[in-house]
Write a protein that binds this ligand. Sequence first.
Ligand code: NAD
Length: 255
Amino acid sequence: MGTLAGKTALVTGGSRGIGRAIAERLAADGALVAVHYGRNTAAADDVVAAIRAEGGHAFTVHAELGRPGDVETLWDGYDRQVLQNSEQAGLDILVNNAGITPRGEIEETSPEAFDEAVAVNMRAPFFLTQQALKRLHDGGRIINVSSGATRIALTDIIAYAMTKGAVDAFTLTLAKALGSRGITVNSVAPGIIDTDMNASWLRGNEAAEQSAAELSALGRVGRPEDVADVVAFLASDDARWVTGQVLDATGGSQL
Ligand code: NAD
């Protein structure tokens, strides 16, 4: 029996990239996983099918984050489906993973791009978590996916870095606020990971791949599983005494 057997997890942005790897890993560890997605129903269905093919348990939840009513839509869908898939309501593990990366130096960043990043990367996890607290069992886990870009200065993603810095501040403060319920709150901060988010500038561009690999002390670009394994640790009982922390999964990119 997996270490997360009997637990229920929600992974936002679980239909691809890092979120997909997290959803698959938590399911492999025995959790029932709600795979949240924004637009791509087929991709989310594919993740659920892959999990079920391995003997795991999962279902999809839809909501386009950063839009009016997003949080209500997500939790309505979740509450309905969790009872169809499990004997108990509520939630044990929330992974705030969904995010967007507007690219541009400070001079090139439009107010619209900035506001969208704030809406998806900051506002959505804040209010999603606020509503999660009504469902999260005592002893639960909140894991926020932030970014190594809060500590490695990459000037062409400056607005993104700012939103992710806010996520880490949220982690710190929320950990204190929820400690009395035995709920831990941590951030995982990935370095450059080979996902669709980075496809346009990374894949097939040898020079970009090489400089991304050289940024890490371990000499390669990260994989979604490199992040998912850290999330799995934070979700596990082994991490019961870890809270309010930002764990780097950057391959040592800031060294
Ligand atoms: P990705 O673009 O491949 O996946 C992002 C996921 O979030 C997708 O499933 C997407 O549908 C979802 N999402 C985005 N906007 C949404 C919205 N408005 N409503 C609903 N869903 C939405 O990206 P990824 O690389 O897998 O990134 C996952 C997380 O990791 C993000 O928070 C990202 O900022 C963070 N991160 C990624 C890297 C990297 O190099 N890939 C590095 C550091 C941090």
